[in-house]
Design a protein around this ligand. Structure first.
Ligand SMILES: *[C@@H]1O[C@H](CO)[C@@H](O)[C@H](O)[C@H]1NC(C)=O
Ligand SMILES: *[C@@H]1O[C@H](CO)[C@@H](O)[C@H](O)[C@H]1NC(C)=O
Length: 273
């Protein structure tokens, strides 16, 4: 079943580039979400505000990126990478077929990520990629992001077209992940980098280094959004935006950030260390 879906998707992608075609609802959804969507009822629909600058490749030169954003504030870049092939390789059927038997390492989704658990990729997709409820604790939620085995997964990561803007004196390192609707990493900070969603929508909340947000390190982002966010005064509001496939968010060094996956999301970060 998974295998034949993958084949159909490949066929449709090939057709799509040459002749226009009418796709049925099911095949359209498959192309759009890679087979990852778990049904409308599990999706969170509030994309929230967007108060972060958005640019495309034409409207932001590398020099302007360095001068206006690299060391001072987040920015969203639209259409700067072409990950059509990578997106196809990240469909659910393809990943299960290639990596189903491989072991992946999961972390608890709290600010300090205490626990690591190894599971087979297929087991993760079948049993652990579930929608998050608002009262589950981050410290009890297993999240697949980073700790990737680049030896086993190199044929996938080799196809990733990373954002074309680099920071001087840094080199890029990838972290790849897949997560269910309502999951996310609560506030934390580290070095600068980019985050791109391949499938699904991911909502971001960011604060500058000197404006540490109030949050409980073991509570999830969903719990923060539900209980704390509505009570924030104007001055306490974060920078925020929901990014979609084809968009890349840049976060500067030491900026606080939390993420919330609105759909089942496949995503990859490029850390500049
Ligand atoms: C990564 O995969 C290779 C090949 O299967 C294996 O030898 C190695 O131990 C793995 N590395 C980690 C950190 O699990
Ligand atoms: C968060 O969870 C970890 C692991 O369960 C625990 O050791 C730690 O004390 C908790 N921290 C707080 C502030 O509750």
């Amino acid at each position: 079943m998974e295998r034949s879906c993958g084949f159909v998707t490949l066929f449709l992608l090939a057709v799509q580039t040459s002749v226009p075609y009418e796709c049925t609802d099911k095949t359209c959804a498959e192309l759009r979400d890679g087979g990852w969507s778990q049904g409308v009822e599990t999706r969170l629909n509030d994309e929230g505000d967007c108060n972060i600058d958005i640019h495309n490749a034409e409207s932001l030169s590398y020099t302007a990126f360095i001068q206006q954003y690299a060391y001072s504030k987040p920015v969203i870049l639209r259409g700067v990478t072409d990950n059509t092939k990578f997106r196809f390789l990240c469909s659910k059927s393809h990943l299960l077929q290639e990596y189903g038997e491989r072991t992946i390492r999961l972390s608890t989704a709290n600010t300090h990520s205490y626990n690591k658990v190894d599971v087979r990729f297929e087991e993760f997709v079948k049993y652990l990629l579930t929608p998050q409820s608002v009262d589950s604790l981050g410290s009890e939620t297993l999240y697949f992001f980073g700790d990737n085995n680049f030896t086993e997964w190199h044929s996938l990561f080799d196809e990733y077209d990373a954002p074309p803007y680099n920071l001087p004196h840094t080199s890029p390192a990838y972290s790849f992940g897949i997560a269910g609707p309502g999951t996310g990493v609560p506030f934390h900070w580290h070095g600068p980098g980019f985050s791109e969603v391949i499938y699904g929508r991911k909502r971001w909340f960011l604060y500058p280094p000197e404006q540490a947000p109030e949050f409980h390190p073991n509570h999830t982002t969903l719990s923060w959004v539900t209980h704390s966010y509505p009570g924030l005064g104007i001055q306490q509001r974060p920078l925020e935006c929901t990014i979609h496939p084809g968009e890349v968010l840049y976060f500067p060094d030491r900026w606080w950030h939390a993420t919330l996956n609105l759909d089942t999301s496949v995503f990859i970060s490029t850390f500049l260390g």
